[in-house]
Design a protein around this ligand. Sequence first.
Ligand code: TYD
Length: 212
Amino acid sequence: MSNKAGKFITFEGIDGSGKSSQISFLQDYLLQNYNIKSIITREPGGCDLSEKLRNIIINEKMDSITELLLLFAARNEHIQTKILPNLNNGIWVLSDRYIDASYAYQNGGRNLAENKITELVKFINAPIPDITFLFDVDINIAKQRIIKRNEKLDKFEAENQNFHLQVKNNYLQQANKIENKNRIFVLDSQQNMQEISQQIITIIQQKFLEVN
Ligand code: TYD
């Protein structure tokens, strides 16, 4: 990528891990302190077609390979129409979930083979994030947070605790892989929000904004 390229930052974690509020915080922080412009987006979804697919993916029952293929169809459209054009214009992209979620949910949760996901990542030539923040939380605390929101549960949120435990463990396994050591940063989502925000800022500054 050229110097002009924006940075690509993704936020991951089980449902109810508290990532969404930190994304808006980071967007404001980057603009106010560094005049860095960014967009907030999400997966599945992020652009018109992919938001339509999202509706189907998170609400309809389907075979797990169909689910995986729809996720990657939505992802490809999102990458081509939104992620890459923004990065190429120097705009930072902050995405609520991305590829790591496919490993965690479809390999960890649904038990699909890991290499099926890797093949699709290669097939669509998906850009790798510069940084991924993984919000780690106890599955029971996450469940309480979801229940408190008082909204209708989607297909994934309604899965049992064993599913969520497999998702959580898969995320942590990915974070521990050598090739991901400089990309995935695990944040303890049971700390208060200010502490988490501070850790995010410190990591971003060390990686991109201050070279000492
Ligand atoms: P999410 O945006 O977290 O839902 P909400 O807005 O309700 O917090 O994500 C929707 C669901 O999609 C989430 O439960 C995880 C699932 N998902 C996958 O299973 N695989 C994927 O690759 C992605 C991106 C999401």
